[in-house]
Design a protein around this ligand. Structure first.
Ligand code: AMP
Length: 334
C-alpha cells in the first residue's frame, strides 16, 4: 500500500507583484514539493485586508498571484491552489484559536511591531491576530511542513505553540507545523540597496519583480549599492557587498561566483563588471517567468477554473479537519 503523503501548506498575500524573495523563499519549494507531498497553496486575500482594506484591486491582484505561481511551475492539477476567502471554515478555526492566543505574546511579534511602525493609524485587531489566522490556515489542513522565507520563522513558532495548546487543552488533533526549506536555513533575499529584504510594497527600485522588463532588471541591478572595492587582501565583505554575492548565488554559475570571490580577495574586483554579469543572469532567470505570466494572465476563464478546482480541494480537507476540531472541543451537541 502506498504511504500517505505528508501535508504541506503555505500562502502568499495578494498585495502586489511577486518578487525574487517570494520565489526563492517560498515558490521554489512549492514547485519541488508538489511532486512528493499533498500540497495546499493559497492566495492569502484575507491576510491582505489587515494592511490593505481597500478591495477595489483585490480580484486583479488575486488573479496575478495565481498566474505568477503557475508561471513559476506550480501545477493546479497536482496541488490545491486556492484563494483563502473561499474556505469559510478558516474563520471558524481562527475564532477558536483566538481563545488560545494571548494579547501579550501577540504584541511581541516582530512583524506586528514593524507594521505598527509603518502604519500607526491602522493598528487593527486583525493585524494583532495575524499569526492566529495564519495558524488557522495551516492547521485547517493538518499540515506538517510550511515552506516559507526567514521572515516567517517567528510566526511558525507561534503556530506550533497554538497547535500544542489546542492539543493539550482538548485532545491530540494537529501536528505541530515546521517551517521548511529542504533541511537548509530559511532564505532571506536581501534588497539591492543593502538594507532590509526585497518586498512587494517597500523599496520597489531595490526589489526585482518576476514581472520586471529586461531593461528594468538591468537598471535596478546597476544601481545596487557598492563602493570602491577592498584595499586589503582577504578582507571581510561589508553587508551590502555580501548581499550582492548572496544574489549571485541564486542565479549565477559557480565559476562566475568563484572568479568574483577571488577578485574581491585580491582587491582587483570591478563592481561594474560584476553588476553587468549579475544583471544579465537575472534577466536570463526572470524573462521566461515574466513571459509565462503575461501569457496566463489574460485567460480569466482558466484562472477562474483554477480557483474553483482549488477551492473544492481545500474545502474538502478543511471540512474533515473541522469535524475533528468540533468533536475535540465537545461542540457537537447532536
Ligand atoms: P508575503 O509576500 O509576505 O505574502 O510572503 C509570501 C512568502 O514569500 C512567504 O513565505 C515569505 O516568507 C516569502 N518572502 C517574502 N519576501 C521574502 C524575501 N525577501 N526573502 C525570502 N522570502 C521572502
Amino acid at each position: 500500500m502506498a504511504a500517505t503523503k505528508q501535508i504541506v501548506m503555505s500562502g502568499i498575500r495578494p498585495t502586489g507583484f511577486l518578487h525574487l524573495g517570494n520565489y526563492f523563499g517560498a515558490i521554489r519549494n512549492y514547485v519541488k514539493m508538489q511532486e512528493q507531498f499533498n500540497c495546499y497553496f493559497m492566495v492569502a486575500d484575507l491576510h491582505s485586508l489587515t494592511t490593505h482594506p481597500d478591495t477595489k484591486e483585490l480580484r486583479e491582484n488575486v488573479e496575478r498571484v495565481l498566474a505568477e505561481n503557475i508561471a513559476c511551475g506550480l501545477d493546479p492539477d497536482k496541488v490545491a491552489l486556492y484563494c483563502q476567502s473561499h474556505v469559510h471554515e478558516t474563520a471558524e478555526l481562527y475564532l477558536y484559536l483566538n481563545m488560545l492566543a494571548y494579547k501579550g505574546e501577540l504584541e511581541k511579534t516582530a512583524t506586528f511591531k514593524d507594521k505598527v511602525r509603518l502604519n500607526p493609524e491602522n493598528v487593527n485587531a486583525g493585524l494583532l491576530t495575524y499569526p492566529v489566522l495564519q495558524t488557522a490556515d495551516i492547521l485547517l489542513h493538518r499540515a506538517k511542513y510550511v515552506p516559507v522565507g526567514k521572515d516567517q520563522e517567528q510566526h511558525l513558532e507561534m503556530a506550533r505553540t497554538f497547535a500544542h495548546r489546542f492539543n493539550h487543552r482538548y485532545c491530540e488533533t494537529f501536528p505541530e507545523p515546521v517551517a521548511y526549506n529542504n533541511n537548509e536555513d530559511l532564505v532571506k533575499v536581501p534588497s539591492l540597496d543593502g538594507s532590509g529584504k526585497m518586498s512587494k510594497s517597500e523599496n520597489q527600485m531595490a526589489t526585482l519583480y518576476l514581472a520586471d522588463e529586461d531593461d528594468v532588471i538591468r537598471k535596478k541591478v546597476m544601481k545596487a549599492k557598492t563602493d570602491n572595492g577592498p584595499t586589503e587582501m582577504n578582507s571581510a565583505k561589508p553587508d551590502y557587498i555580501e548581499n550582492i554575492f548572496g544574489l549571485m548565488k541564486l542565479v549565477c554559475a559557480a565559476d562566475v561566483i568563484a572568479k568574483y570571490e577571488s577578485d574581491f580577495n585580491n582587491c582587483t574586483i570591478r563592481y561594474g563588471d560584476l553588476k553587468k554579469q549579475l544583471g544579465e543572469d537575472m534577466v536570463h532567470f526572470i524573462a521566461p517567468i515574466r513571459e509565462k505570466i503575461n501569457s496566463i494572465l489574460p485567460d480569466k476563464k482558466y484562472l477562474q477554473q483554477v480557483m474553483e478546482q482549488g477551492a473544492a480541494k481545500a474545502n474538502k480537507s478543511a471540512g474533515e479537519t473541522m469535524q475533528l476540531v468540533r468533536e475535540a472541543m465537545g461542540l457537537k451537541y447532536f
